[in-house]
Design a protein around this ligand. Structure first.
Ligand code: UDP
Length: 247
């Protein structure tokens, strides 16, 4: 397989076309950004870790009948995926209050939510990825409401599988962001990545509120030891996947 043109370069990944028009190659970078790219940096080794964790988790979800774009991890930083047209929505699922939910509502960080909250944000950096109401979504006419319901249903199923899986890794899945896309056949499938860049992950065995953070909040909040936190997640995820394969 040979890669062709660079189709898109985002904050954390580059997407290349391949000689098969139904497949893209995504390259995971070490670049890190936060607060809508106001804060920039590098997390050494992040690309390899996020590609590896995402590959493992997408493969796991595929075994649970969640359709995903994952085909194969081609190299430590490269994932071969099904070509999709990304739906410009960020689907966020929250189990515990953190981040923008706390900033916008005054809920206390760490408060368990009475139910898993699914929210849709408009994927538009220039607008700062605003939270959408269902009426705003209708007016924007990005996808019909039946399809936004499909995204929410997938998101809740994925949340259930990932919560169970991460708890086996002694990690609490606080919240996470998903992106979906349309295949050339018009099927909605899970795309993008699932990694410590896109999830809040807390060490369930650690009581100290700063030490327990194993995700990009270490970068956002200058907590230090970012690389080792990401490595910790990778190691626990891969160990648990191996255990599941052998059981
Ligand atoms: N998230 C993401 N990309 C974004 C916005 C959010 O991956 O552009 C993830 C983030 O890492 C967290 C969840 O979605 O796991 C919820 O993020 P939140 O809305 O709390 O935003 P933040 O506090 O990061 O601004």
């Amino acid at each position: 397989m040979s890669t062709s043109a660079k189709l898109y370069e985002g904050k954390a990944k580059i997407v290349y076309g391949t000689d098969n028009e139904q497949q893209y190659l995504t390259y995971f970078k070490d670049d890190a950004t936060a607060f809508n790219a106001e804060k920039k940096g590098t997390i050494v080794g992040k690309g390899e870790i996020n590609c590896t964790i995402s590959s493992a988790l997408l493969e796991l979800l595929a075994t649970k009948n969640i359709p995903t774009h994952f085909i194969e991890q081609k190299s430590p930083r490269e994932m071969l995926v099904k070509a999709v047209k990304i739906i410009p929505l960020e689907v966020v699922v929250r189990n515990i209050a953190a981040g923008s939910l706390c900033r916008q509502t005054g809920l206390k960080e760490g408060q368990k939510l009475p139910f898993s909250l699914v929210e849709l944000y408009l994927k538009d950096d220039n607008l700062g990825d605003p939270l959408l109401t269902s009426d705003r979504l209708t007016i924007l006419n990005i996808i019909p409401s039946e399809q936004s319901q499909i995204l929410k249903d997938y998101a809740l199923q994925i949340n259930q599988y990932l919560q169970e899986f991460f708890s086996l890794c002694e990690i609490i899945l606080v919240d996470f962001k998903l992106e979906f896309g349309f295949t050339q056949e018009g099927e909605i499938i899970l795309a993008d990545e699932i990694s410590p860049d896109t999830c809040r992950l807390w060490d369930s065995q650690e009581q100290d509120q700063n030490k327990k953070v194993l995700d990009k909040d270490r970068f956002r909040r200058d907590l230090g030891k970012i690389e080792s936190a990401y490595q910790q997640v990778q190691q626990r995820v891969l160990t648990q996947i191996e255990k599941l394969k052998n059981s």
